[in-house]
Design a protein around this ligand. Structure first.
Ligand code: PLP
Length: 395
C-alpha cells in the first residue's frame, strides 16, 4: 500500500507486540513437516506438540459415519445455513452441568471465545490479572485490545499453591482489573487446581465486581468417572464467572471448532455474543459435537487409558538423569534437559521425527528451557522414550 495507513491503530500496535506464543499463524505447519521429512530423511513425523486426545473420537461417531443413509442427511443439511442457536447441544450440555440452557454461548473453538471475551470487556489501558505460565492466547487476545497485564507467578516449582491463591486475591483487590484469566487444568503445566482455591479467586472477584474466566479446555482430564470437577457448579451464584470448555481436547474433535461458555449473566453473554459470528461453525461440526456428548463412557475410557500410559511413560523416563519431567494431571507434560537448551533439545528430537511445543518464550517460564509433549499411543510413546534415552546417553 502507499503512505496512507489502512490498518487501525489497535491492529498496528498489536502487530508490533509479541506474547510468547508457542503456536503461530505464520508457520505453515504442514509445509514445515514435509520440509523436515525431506531434510532429515524421516518416514513419519510424530505430533507430540498438539495437546489433544490422540486416540481419536468416540466409536459412536465412526458408526454413524458408516451409515449409508448419512450421505443424503449431509447433503440436505450442508446446502442450508446451520442452526445458530444450538438448542439441542445446549440442552445436552445443560443437563450434564445441571445449568439453564440459556447460560450457554457457543463459538468456533475457545480461541474465538477468548477473542470475543477480550473484545467485549477491554478498553485500551484496562488491566487484567494472569497467573503465569499460562495459555499464551489469553495474552495475545488481550494485547490486541491494548489491555495491560498484571502477572501473578506460580510457585518456583511451577505449581498453583495456597500462596498463588492469596497473590491472585491481592492482585484483584489492589488493581481492580477489568478481567481475570485462569486456565484449570493449567496449560502448560497440566496441574489441576483444586476447586476450593478457584472459589477463593471467584469470591474475591465477586467482591471487587471483576469478571473472571475459568478456561477448562482440559477439564475432562480432571473430571472424575462419575462427575464433573468444574467451576460450572459455581456459575448460578456467580454471574461474573465465565467457565469455558471445548470439544477439541479429550473429545478429539479439534477440527469441528466447537467451544462453549457457561455464564449466568445475560449482560456478559450478550456482549460476548455480539462479537460471535452469525454462523461460527458448520452444521456438521454441531452434529459431531451432539454425537460426542452422548458417549460419556468413551471419556471415562480415554481418561483411564491415558492414566495407564502416562504411568508407564513416567516410569520409563524416570531413569534418564539428564531429563526433568513435571508431574501433570492432563495428557501433556513439561520437560527439559540439564545441559541442552530448549532449542537444542527440540532440534535433537525433531531430527528423530518428534515435534514438541517449545515454551521457552512463554511468560513466567521465559528462558527456563522447557518443552511440552503430549502422551500418545503406547507405540508412539515408546519412540519418544527411545529418543530421550539416546539423547540422555549422549550428554
Ligand atoms: C487453555 C486453553 N484454552 C483454549 C484452547 C483453545 O481451544 P480450541 O481448540 O477450542 O480453540 C486451548 C488449546 O490449546 C487451551 O489449551
Amino acid at each position: 500500500m502507499g503512505s496512507r495507513k489502512v490498518v487501525s491503530r489497535l491492529a498496528a500496535e498489536a502487530l508490533g507486540k509479541s506474547s510468547g506464543d508457542y503456536v503461530s499463524k505464520d508457520h505453515d505447519e504442514l509445509a514445515q513437516i514435509e520440509a523436515l521429512k525431506r531434510e532429515h530423511g524421516l518416514d513419519h513425523v510424530y505430533r507430540f506438540d498438539i495437546g489433544k486426545n490422540t486416540d481419536g473420537f468416540t466409536p459412536l461417531i465412526s458408526d454413524v459415519l458408516d451409515m449409508p443413509q448419512l450421505k443424503d442427511f449431509i447433503v440436505e443439511n450442508t446446502i442450508e445455513y446451520p442452526d445458530n442457536h444450538y438448542q439441542l447441544l445446549r440442552r445436552q450440555l445443560a443437563m450434564r452441568f445441571e445449568l439453564d440452557p440459556e447460560f450457554f454461548v457457543m463459538t468456533a473453538g475457545l480461541e474465538s471465545m477468548i477473542d470475543h471475551i477480550a473484545r467485549a470487556l477491554f478498553d485500551p489501558g484496562d488491566k487484567y490479572v494472569l497467573p503465569v505460565p499460562n495459555f499464551s492466547v489469553f495474552e495475545s487476545m488481550s494485547n490486541r485490545m491494548q489491555a495491560e497485564v498484571v502477572f501473578v507467578p506460580l510457585s518456583a516449582q511451577l505449581q498453583w499453591t495456597e500462596e498463588t491463591t492469596q497473590a491472585m486475591v491481592k492482585a484483584v483487590a489492589e488493581t481492580r482489573p477489568k478481567l481475570v484469566w485462569i486456565s484449570n487444568p493449567v496449560n502448560p503445566t497440566g496441574q489441576h487446581v483444586p476447586l476450593h482455591e478457584i472459589r477463593q479467586v471467584v469470591d474475591a472477584c465477586k467482591l471487587a465486581e471483576v469478571p473472571v474466566v475459568v478456561d477448562e479446555a482440559y477439564g475432562e482430564y480432571s473430571d472424575t468417572d462419575d462427575g464433573y470437577v468444574s467451576a460450572a457448579a459455581m456459575v448460578p451464584d456467580n454471574p461474573h464467572l465465565m467457565v469455558l470448555r471445548t470439544f477439541s481436547k479429550m473429545y478429539s474433535l479439534p477440527s469441528a471448532r466447537v467451544g462453549y461458555m457457561m455464564c449466568a449473566s445475560p449482560e456478559l453473554r450478550a456482549a460476548v455474543n455480539l462479537y460471535r459470528p452469525m454462523f461460527p461453525f458448520s452444521w456438521f461440526s454441531l452434529y459431531l459435537a451432539q454425537l460426542a456428548v452422548l458417549d460419556d463412557d468413551y471419556i471415562v475410557e480415554s481418561r483411564t487409558r491415558l492414566a495407564r500410559r502416562k504411568a508407564v511413560f513416567m516410569g520409563a523416563v524416570s531413569g534418564f538423569t539428564q531429563f526433568e519431567f513435571i508431574q501433570s494431571d492432563t495428557n501433556t507434560l513439561m520437560f527439559r534437559h540439564a545441559s541442552l537448551s530448549a532449542d537444542e533439545l527440540a532440534m535433537a528430537l525433531t531430527k528423530k521425527g518428534i515435534l514438541t511445543a517449545n515454551l521457552n518464550k512463554v511468560d513466567g517460564i521465559e528462558g527456563l528451557q522447557f518443552l511440552r509433549m503430549t502422551i500418545r499411543s503406547s507405540e508412539d510413546n515408546a519412540v519418544f522414550v527411545a529418543a530421550c534415552e539416546q539423547i540422555n546417553g549422549q550428554s
